[in-house]
Design a protein around this ligand. Structure first.
Ligand code: TRP
Ligand code: SF4
Length: 333
């Protein structure tokens, strides 16, 4: 039997290479062996962007198109939008009743955010509840696995605790627990630095979008800083000190990389020579994404329909779980 995997992503605008290599690439692989439920976490976006919702709808569908472009297959994957399933909110509310505040207050991402300047806007019930909403997303599908990066591991841990508590409080006398404890699935990901060598993120403004225009990709890579000690073309460099190198490690094959590294160390090649094959490799990958995306952009109805199909598939399962949850809590009157 194919084991169920659930994952979501907040719609934050066009996805970039960091999203692809950090998550999406693995999801595309997971969908062939697993029963994959994959959704747009638009309510989670509202936990931080509750005031300015401009562009939300656009971000939602841009992201779905990026997923499809990356190779997410709606025939295998159950693709949907969180806010289309009020069942998630119902489970969130019911779980909230018995969840100790301290479990949420001690989540590292919450503590970090609250410690930062300007956190007042995020001193909301919704933001505190972020991990509990995520728990509802996962538990409602009785997921076996949740593929996560390090930053999400604490959320899966809360989810497990919440499930255990629910089963303890309301599952008395049942052979099977009502809610299943999921496991974090740590997949191998490449951490792709951004154009400045720091983590690639939209807020840092150092991204290359998955569907960046080819000339823009070239311009961005050409502008990238290189080994700071390689000031002149005649100075030998060290790839280990160069922000471009981690991109080569993802995009360039071993033998070519060895040649480039040797050329860098001996000052046999200039930095633009070194960047050129990288530019071409990134553009080649983007070409494939552009082609797939064009197809979907020309048929927005088809994309809506795919999301519709996924939503209804998800709803069947979410409803079933909620029936059992209500019954366990003594609410089926
Ligand atoms: N918190 C996740 C993120 O920021 C998004 C998310 C919401 C999620 N619900 C989820 C991920 C359920 C996995 C499972 O990326
Ligand atoms: Fe970086 Fe390549 Fe220039 Fe060396 S030659 S500093 S690896 S861009």
């Amino acid at each position: 039997m194919r084991e169920r995997v659930v994952s979501g992503m907040r719609p934050t605008g066009a996805l970039h290479l960091g999203h692809y290599h950090g998550a999406l690439k693995n999801w595309v692989q997971l969908q062939s062996q697993h029963d994959f439920f994959f959704f747009v976490a638009d309510w989670h976006a509202l936990t931080t962007h509750y005031a300015d919702r401009s562009g939300l709808e656009r971000s939602v569908y841009d992201m779905v198109v990026d997923w499809l472009a990356a190779g997410i297959d709606p025939a295998r994957t159950t693709l949907f939008i969180q806010s289309r399933l009020p069942e998630h909110a119902e489970l969130f509310a019911l779980l909230a009743m018995g969840t100790p505040l301290a479990w949420l207050e001690r989540v590292p991402s919450y503590k970090h955010t609250m410690a930062q300047a300007g956190a007042a806007e995020l001193a909301t019930f919704g933001f505190l509840g972020y991990p509990l909403l995520q728990a509802a997303d996962i538990l409602i599908y009785r997921a076996r696995y949740v593929p996560v990066g390090e930053d999400q591991a604490a959320h899966v841990e809360v989810t497990r605790e919440v499930a255990r508590r629910f089963n303890h409080l309301y599952g008395g006398g049942r052979a099977e627990p009502v809610l299943a404890e999921p496991q974090a699935l740590f997949t191998e990901t490449a951490r792709l630095p951004g154009l400045d060598g720091e983590k690639m993120s939209k807020s840092a403004g150092n991204t290359i979008a998955m569907r960046e225009a080819p000339e823009e990709t070239a311009a961005k890579i050409r502008r990238m800083p290189t080994d700071p000690q390689r000031v002149h073309r005649s100075d030998p460099g060290q790839p280990e000190r160069c922000p471009v190198w981690p991109l080569h490690c993802v995009y360039t094959d071993g033998p070519t990389r060895a040649t480039l590294a040797a050329g860098c160390r001996s000052a046999g090649i200039g930095c633009l020579d070194c960047k050129q094959p990288l530019i071409e490799a990134v553009q080649a990958q983007q070409r494939q994404w552009h082609e797939r995306a064009e197809n979907y952009l020309a048929n927005p109805k088809q994309v809506h329909w795919m999301v519709e199909m996924g939503t209804e598939r998800a709803r069947t399962i979410a409803r079933q779980t909620m029936r059992e949850v209500r019954e366990a809590m003594g609410l089926s009157y």
